[in-house]
Ligand binder design. Structure first.
Ligand code: MRU
Length: 351
């Protein structure tokens, strides 16, 4: 499986996704500050992968701290939490992972844990988050794979693959699951302007797995749908509100509207850590705006004049009414989502 992120010798190693597909370069981070920079600059990206990375970042801080006692360690730990929380605003997995690490930290401190205990416990928790994410992706693949037609032309947008998770992927997990279940699959990967996660990352990991993949520019999807070459659409998500509205990479909403016009099922695949029941609807999801250079340049080539104004929201929100189902590790939620998503959480509470 693809090495998105790994803990090695008290450091975090990740493939530098900015350099793919032409160069496979690995970056080693040894401090929470380096981890925060890696998330912000998109060395590593994708909602679940960001959560796992932040958890490792917090474990790194605790393990490398020179704090003499838990009081000082707590001050440092909370500072690291704030640093990591300030990296990217949209993917809720980041805040979910930080909250989970915070919860374990404070429970252990209250129970009288030593600095040394905390070093062990925080790493174990980060590793649990990592392992659970892989297991969730595999379960998403199993549930989602079963929804895919026998002979499928699948459109996906951005990269919701092994690179965007701890491994296997969510949307690409569904594609992998479908193939494991014997479906014949052709994938169309939207290039995904402006950062090109589809062309650079999705195509890279699918081709590496020997999966039939065609890269298209974003404005070609409608024609393929009209030609009848796409009969299933699956994308990931960065944050799903309680009513099922789903924030994902900019351009996802366009795909969902096109899917509706052409009568093609549009699915969102995501673990429960991406579902934010505290955010009631899509309007309340914070949308990151990134720098103008992503739009004015392709690589090092400038394609727009310096004088032009630029708008660069990194994500959009697909309204729940356009979503055929939300594929999670606990099963597939269907409309009405306010009830079906809550039911998945209730299920996990008893499990
Ligand atoms: O800006 P990015 O590359 O972090 O955006 C990634 C996406 O929008 C993914 O589709 C989403 O995080 C789901 S990843 C399983």
């Amino acid at each position: 499986m693809l090495p998105t992120i790994a803990w090695q010798d008290d450091a975090v190693v990740m493939v530098d996704q900015r350099k793919l597909p032409t160069r496979e370069v690995y970056l080693t981070c040894t401090t929470p500050t380096e981890i925060a920079r890696a998330i912000k600059t998109m060395v590593i990206r994708g909602a679940p992968a960001i959560g796992v990375t932040a958890a490792y970042g917090l474990a790194l801080g605790v393990r490398r701290s020179k704090a003499a006692g838990t009081k000082q360690l707590t001050t440092e730990f909370l500072k690291d939490c704030d640093l990591l929380a300030a990296t990217r605003p949209t993917a809720v997995n980041l805040f979910w992972a930080i909250d989970r690490m915070k919860h374990v930290f404070s429970e252990k401190v209250l129970a009288g844990a030593s600095v040394e205990d905390l070093r062990q416990v925080m790493l174990a928790e980060a590793q649990a988050i990592h392992d659970e994410d892989v297991a969730s992706c595999r379960a998403i693949g199993k549930f989602g794979g079963a929804l895919v037609p026998e002979k499928a032309g699948i459109l996906t947008h951005c990269n919701a693959g092994a690179l965007a998770t701890a491994g296997y992927g969510t949307a690409l997990g569904v594609i992998r699951g479908a193939i494991e279940q014997g479906r014949t699959v052709s994938v169309f990967a939207d290039e995904t302007r402006p950062v090109l996660q589809g062309a650079r990352l999705t195509a890279w990991e699918l081709v590496r797995d020997g999966i039939d993949t065609t890269v298209i520019s974003d404005n070609m999807a409608a024609v393929l749908m009209r030609q009848g070459r796409i009969n299933f659409i699956v994308v990931g998500a960065d944050r799903i509100a309680a009513n099922g509205d789903a924030a994902n990479k900019i351009g996802t909403y366009t795909v969902a509207v096109l899917a509706k016009e052409h009568g093609i099922p549009f699915y969102v695949a995501a673990p429960l850590s991406t579902i934010d029941m505290r955010t009631l609807d899509g309007d309340a999801i914070p949308i990151e705006e990134r720098n103008r250079r992503e739009v004015t340049h392709v690589g090092t080539t400038q394609i727009a004049p310096d004088q032009a104004k630029v708008y660069n929201p990194a994500f959009d929100v697909t309204p729940h009414r356009l979503i055929a189902g939300i594929i999670t590790e606990r099963g597939v939620a269907r409309a009405p989502y306010t009830e079906s998503l809550q039911a998945l959480f209730d299920l996990s509470a008893v499990a």
